[in-house]
Ligand binder design. Structure first.
Ligand SMILES: [Zn+2]
Length: 360
């Protein structure tokens, strides 16, 4: 059982990241680990994070979506966790997979800050009144936890201007902001307690490391499930199609059946970011439409694209290449909520017993 527990924790670990482009939600790690009501088990258990990962995967139809987890250093000496869990937390922190805040820092405030700066939804067990952004509330559902979007307060957030720069922590081995992110990856947002960017982990004033191109992560969904994701940035427009000529294009031909193969053009859609706005252009010979939504619960309105004419996309809009083949924001749930179990479940092998045993 210990083996299965560590295997489930490894699966969870692979989904933890502080790259805003790679995540579908931001969470207070200890709040999630202390969700005793989920299973009636131990006061705190890291395995419970897996329920949140799976619920997010189910909501987005995405077996690769990441979770941005934030904790405060006290969690690493909290004896409600097993000694092994405390060790795992330390490793996650040292590897920069989670954000570990200084002792006494308010995790909830940082969760909201990350969400506010990046537009990533908060996943929480209790409502956040007045939070101006997307909030998922957890509800129990057959087959595990479900995430329900709370009514959105105010306008949806756009990326904050501080994200137009890369930042570097003066602490040379800072696992969160110590070095520039890999190509195509995003960077954790600075903390802005008084307007000046500081490292959320060390509290030091960050150094400006040059301009950062704005980027958005998109996902190709086929029958509700995400098949691939790709970033679009101001320096990198992307063509999606059956087999795009551009080597940097997104090829979807492998996932098509005979009928859809005929209806998806080699180069079908071009996505680009211009002045902070995501644009799509139909470059196909088969046509495409935008399924426009004003919000998560609004019914989609179909708008045919004019060939060669760029059209701005809202955060809830999806572009339909062919029925059941769409492209939209990776961090926004699609209009047709995918059904069934969580793709690529991290809890598939997890022993439920592990949540009930007393800490060692
Ligand atoms: Zn730092």
């Amino acid at each position: 059982m210990r083996f299965e527990t560590s295997r489930a924790l490894d699966a969870i670990e692979r989904r933890l990241t502080v790259d805003p482009l790679a995540v579908g939600g931001v969470i207070d790690l200890v709040e999630a680990a202390r969700s005793v009501d989920l299973d009636g088990g131990r006061p705190a258990a890291l395995l419970r994070l897996g329920q949140f990962v799976d619920a997010l995967s189910r909501r987005l139809g995405d077996g690769d979506t990441g979770l941005y987890a934030i904790a405060e250093r006290g969690a690493m000496s909290d004896t409600d966790f097993t000694s092994n869990e405390r060790m795992v937390l330390r490793r996650w922190s040292d590897d920069g997979l989670i954000e570990m805040l200084p002792p006494g820092a308010r995790v909830n405030a940082r969760v909201r800050e990350v969400a506010h700066l990046t537009g990533v939804p908060v996943i929480t067990r209790s409502p956040l009144p007045g939070h101006p952004g997307l909030v998922y509330l957890t509800t129990s559902a057959p087959g595990g936890m479900a995430l329900t979007l709370a009514p959105v307060v105010g306008a949806s957030s756009r990326p904050h201007p501080v994200l137009a720069r890369y930042w570097r922590c003066p602490s040379p081995d800072c696992p969160v902001l110590g070095r520039p992110p890999a190509a195509g990856a995003g960077q954790a947002p600075p903390a802005l307690p008084n307007g000046a960017p500081i490292c959320p982990r060390h509290g030091d004033r960050l150094l400006d490391a040059g301009p950062r191109p704005m980027a958005t992560m998109l996902a190709v969904r086929i029958n509700g499930g995400v098949r691939t994701r790709f970033p679009v940035s101001v320096v990198r427009p992307v063509v999606v199609g059956r087999a795009p000529e551009d080597p940097n294009g997104v090829t979807i031909g492998n996932w098509l059946d005979e009928e859809s193969s005929r209806r998806v053009s080699r180069n079908h859609l071009r996505f680009e970011l211009r002045d902070g706005m995501l644009l799509v252009t139909d470059v196909s010979t088969n046509g495409a439409a935008v399924l426009a939504r004003t919000g998560p619960t609004a019914a989609p309105r179909e708008i045919e694209l004019n060939r060669g004419e760029p059209k701005g996309l809202g955060e809830w809009d999806e572009v339909e290449i062919y029925p059941e083949i769409t492209v939209g924001r990776a961090d926004r749930p699609p209009a047709d909520a995918p059904k069934g179990s969580a793709p690529n479940s991290v809890m598939a092998d997890a022993p439920t017993m592990a949540l009930r045993l007393p800490p060692r």
